[in-house]
Design a protein around this ligand. Structure first.
Ligand code: BES
Ligand code: MN
Ligand code: MN
Length: 457
C-alpha cells in the first residue's frame, strides 16, 4: 500500500503555498501586455514539473504562447496517461468588482480567491503535485506525460500544430484533464461531454459618420437599433434559434438519456436565487440541465457602439458592434455553423445598413465514453476518495482541443474536474476551495493506479 496520504499531509502547506505563488503570476493570454508574465509562468510550471520528478521538462515555443511539456516514463511496457491543462488565465477585469487583487491570492473561509484559482492553475497544478506524491513515494503506477498550454483561453490556436508535430512524443493511452466542474463535494460527478463553440463578431454600419441625433435622428437608420433588432430576431418566441439549418445536425437524445441527465441533483430555486434572477429562461421543451448540457445556444457576449462615456452626448452612431457566441452540441460542426450564421445575418440586414461578419475561434463538441476503462478508473478513484459513485453529467463549457486529441492523436479523454459551478471562473472573485484542491491531489493517483490495473499490470 502506498503512503500517498501520509506524504500529502506532510506536504500540504507547501502544496498550497506553491499554488499561491503560481497564482501571483498574471499569465493573461489575451492581452499582449502580459506576454512576459505568461512566459515567466511557463518557466515556473516547467520548474515544478522537474521538482515533481519528471525526467525531462521543457518550455516549447510556439507562434503564440509556449507549451510546457514534461514526462516521467517508468517502464515503456506500462500504459501511458497524457495529462493536459492550461496555465493561462482570462483577463481579470472588471477590476473594481474584486474584493482582493486578482493576482494577490487570499484564502478566506477555506477558499482560494485569485484569477486562475480554479480555471485552470489550481486544477492543473493538482496533477503536478499528484505526480510528486507518486514519484517521491516510489509508487507511480504508469507512465505520465504532462502538457500544459498557455493559449487555452484564446482558442488553443497553436496547440493543434504541436500535436501534429509531436505525435510520437505524445503517444499515450488516454488523455486526463482537470478543467471542468463537479456538482458538489457531496455529489461528485464527472462531465461526459463538452459543447463546441462558434464565435462571431458583427459590425453594422449606418451613415458614413457619427451624426447629430437631433438634426438627423428619425430620418437615418440608427445602426445600434438595427443591430438590436437583428439580434433579437435570432431567438423565436420559444427561444429556439432562428437561423435556418442551425438544428439540422443536432443529435436528439433518447428519453432514457434525457431522464439520466435530469436525475442529477439540481434545485432550480436555489440556482435562480444564487444567480439573483427571479425566473429561468431558455429553449421551450427542455430543462435547465438540458439547456446547458445537450442543447445549442446563442449568446451576445458584448455589444457596443456610439457614446458610452460619462454624461450624455447626443449622437446617432455610424457603427454598432456585437460579439456573439454559439455553443454547439454533437453533431454540429463549428465551421458550418459560422457559415450559417454569416449567411443569415447578412440576409436579414435591411438595405439601410451594411453588415460585416467575421468568425473568431471555434471548436467542436465532444462526448467522452462512460463505459471505457479510463472512465471506469476515474469513477473508481472518485469512489475511493469521496466514498460515492460519481454522477455522469454533460458540461456546458468548451475545451476545443479535446476534439483534436481524438482526431490527431486518436485519444479519448477523461474529464476529471474538481471545480464547482459557482467558482466564478472568467468572473470577478474567481475561487477554488482548498478542500477541492487537496481532494484532487488525493484522487488523481488512484486514477493512474486503477487505469494501469485495467491493462492487467
Ligand atoms: N475550463 C473552461 C471550460 C469549462 C468550464 C468546461 C467549466 C466545463 C466547465 C475553459 O478554460 C474555457 O473557459 N473555455 C472557453 C472556450 C475557449 C475557446 C475560450 C469557454 O468555454 O468559453
Ligand atoms: Mn479552463
Ligand atoms: Mn476558461
Amino acid at each position: 500500500m502506498q503512503n500517498w496520504k501520509e506524504y500529502q499531509s506532510e506536504n500540504q502547506d507547501r502544496f498550497l503555498s506553491e499554488l499561491l505563488d503560481l497564482l501571483r503570476i498574471p499569465s493573461v493570454s489575451a492581452d499582449s501586455k502580459y506576454k512576459g508574465d505568461v512566459a515567466r509562468c511557463a518557466e515556473a510550471v516547467k520548474q515544478h514539473m522537474l521538482n515533481a520528478g519528471c525526467d525531462t521538462a521543457e518550455v516549447c515555443p510556439t507562434a503564440g504562447h509556449p507549451i510546457v511539456y514534461g514526462e516521467k516514463i517508468i517502464d515503456p511496457a506500462l500504459p501511458t496517461v497524457l495529462v493536459y491543462g492550461h496555465y493561462d488565465v482570462q483577463p481579470a477585469d472588471p477590476l473594481e468588482l474584486w474584493h482582493s487583487g486578482p493576482f494577490e491570492p487570499v484564502i478566506k473561509d477555506g477558499k482560494i480567491y485569485a484569477r486562475g484559482a480554479c480555471d485552470d492553475k489550481g486544477q492543473m497544478f493538482m496533477h503536478i503535485k499528484a505526480l510528486e506524491v507518486m514519484t517521491k513515494t516510489n509508487s507511480q503506477p504508469c507512465n505520465i506525460k504532462v502538457m500544459i498550454e498557455g493559449e487555452e483561453e484564446v482558442g488553443s490556436s497553436n496547440l493543434g500544430k504541436f500535436l501534429e508535430d509531436n505525435k510520437e512524443r505524445l503517444k499515450a493511452d488516454v488523455v486526463l484533464v482537470s478543467d471542468t466542474s463537479m456538482i458538489s463535494m457531496e455529489h461528485p460527478s464527472i462531465e461526459s461531454g463538452l459543447r463546441g463553440l462558434a464565435y462571431m463578431e458583427v459590425e453594422v454600419t449606418g451613415p458614413n459618420r457619427d451624426l447629430h441625433s437631433g438634426v438627423y435622428g428619425g430620418a437615418v437608420a440608427n445602426p445600434a437599433t438595427i443591430l438590436c433588432k437583428m439580434i433579437a430576431s435570432m431567438h423565436d418566441e420559444n427561444n429556439h434559434i432562428a437561423i435556418p439549418g442551425f438544428y439540422d445536425k443536432v443529435q436528439e437524445l433518447t428519453d432514457a438519456e434525457r431522464t439520466a441527465i435530469n436525475n442529477a441533483p439540481f434545485d432550480l430555486t436555489e440556482y435562480n436565487n444564487e444567480l439573483g434572477v427571479k425566473a429561468e429562461w431558455g429553449e421551450k421543451g427542455y430543462t435547465t440541465l438540458e439547456r446547458t448540457g445537450i442543447r445549442p445556444t446563442l449568446e451576445v457576449n458584448g455589444i457596443w457602439g456610439g457614446y458610452t462615456g460619462e454624461g450624455a452626448k447626443t449622437v446617432l452612431p455610424s457603427k454598432a458592434y456585437a460579439k456573439i457566441s454559439m455553443r454547439l452540441v454533437p453533431n454540429q460542426v463549428s465551421q458550418e455553423i459560422s457559415d450559417l450564421f454569416k449567411a443569415h445575418f447578412e440576409s436579414i440586414a435591411p438595405n439601410y445598413v451594411q453588415v460585416k461578419v467575421t468568425a473568431h475561434h471555434g471548436g467542436e463538441p465532444v462526448v467522452t465514453p462512460t463505459d471505457s476503462p479510463a472512465y471506469q478508473a476515474a469513477a473508481r478513484a472518485i469512489q475511493t476518495t469521496f466514498g460515492k459513485d460519481p454522477i455522469p453529467t454533460r458540461g456546458g463549457g468548451s475545451i476545443p482541443i479535446i476534439a483534436l486529441f481524438e482526431r490527431t492523436l486518436g485519444l479519448k479523454t477523461v474529464l476529471l474536474g474538481f471545480g464547482l459551478d459557482n467558482d466564478n471562473i472568467h468572473s470577478p472573485n474567481e475561487k477554488y476551495d482548498v478542500a477541492n484542491y487537496f481532494k484532487g491531489i488525493e484522487t488523481i493517483p488512484y486514477f493512474h493506479k486503477y487505469f494501469a490495473e485495467s491493462f492487467g499490470k
